[in-house]
Design a binder for this molecule. Sequence first.
Ligand SMILES: Nc1ncnc2c1ncn2[C@@H]1O[C@H](COP(=O)(O)OP(=O)(O)OP(=O)(O)O)[C@@H](O)[C@H]1O
Ligand SMILES: [Mg+2]
Length: 390
Amino acid sequence: MITMRKSVFRDASKLSLSYIPNRIPHRELKLQQLLDYFRGVLEDRISYEHVFIVGNTGTGKTLVVKHFENAVARYRDIIPIYINSRFERSPGNIIRKMISSLDIGRVARGYSLEEVFSGFLSYLIDNKKKAVLILDDADHLFDKHKEFIYKLSRAEEASPSFINNLSLVFVVHSEDVINKLDPWTAAGLHKNIIRFEDYSYRELVDILEYRSGEAFHPECITEEAIVTAADIATAYNYNARYAIELLYKAGLIADKRREGIVKAEHVRLARRETFPAFSFDELRTLELHEKILLYSIAELLSNEDKAFVTMGEVERRYRDNCLFFHQRPVGHTWLWKMVNVLATFGLITKRLSGEGYRGKTTLIGLPSFPAEPLAKELYELIKVEASRRD
Ligand SMILES: Nc1ncnc2c1ncn2[C@@H]1O[C@H](COP(=O)(O)OP(=O)(O)OP(=O)(O)O)[C@@H](O)[C@H]1O
Ligand SMILES: [Mg+2]
């Protein structure tokens, strides 16, 4: 008789990216700090506040703001609005999303963004409400849409009654975005900053123990497996997302081999198919021209044994590829902005050339993915998207 070994997972979805765990070990204080900044707004002593959350990828920023969102939702007259600006990339989409979170539903077509924004603010005032807008992964907005940040921060200028009831939480990866703001915008923003330091090895182990306790049968994972995941994540500043994904993949490998228990070696094997910064799925969220740009970089790097390509080469290849996909290329300045966006997402690196190059030029590297499969994946995505636009 064949006995089927059961899966090592009690509930694999507990390790998925969309799952929000109830507890946030080692981040309770950050949540408290965030709530403290908003105490005045929540208790109706002031009308708005601005807070920046800054930290590397996988340090629990999204998790904390999701908990914050839930805490704020318990106040009757305050509307929390969470928007991931990696998915809602343009001001238009963000404002539409803001409106759709009010109970007035959709806005008829034909209104300008200004009108829709001012309608949003009027709604708040007419209904004696305040909104707390949480813009997650907001880095690129500070590069590409500064006027929009300005508008959000000076809501009283767009509001018919000159009242600002709109609080803002910006979640970003680097404090540079704040330092680079123009003086007008900077002057309107309260610069309260909460810094999320990288986890320590010990903290990450705690987090992984908690998370694997929910996902695996207790007898189906060893302590050695958990500390191996934390150890591998050392190389990626203890990125919790990466470590959790390692455990998840290790569980799949253990199941596939029908071994009934997740061991250290499974985690080491999982490493081969886990990329730290970005998942392949997330490539879809890039805009078409960002995809073409990244594709061009991947293509250049997959043909030669090189660590970097120069910005000049990238720009030429990007233009050729636009011709190939029948798209009109963006201008030089916009291309630079796209390079910055890809860099803040951790997909590429950029550094100034040193010796061995004539003159100063920017070098682009690809730390996130192997170039060839990346180019292949992007090619398919671009082909579909470009043909829809032809
Ligand atoms: N303290 C913690 N306790 C439990 N799980 C955690 C903790 N910190 C992070 N995680 C988990 O690790 C993963 C990454 O966390 P999160 O998405 O909050 O990181 P992030 O700082 O927003 O990263 P990014 O900048 O890439 O968006 C998530 O699955 C999250 O649930
Ligand atoms: Mg996040």
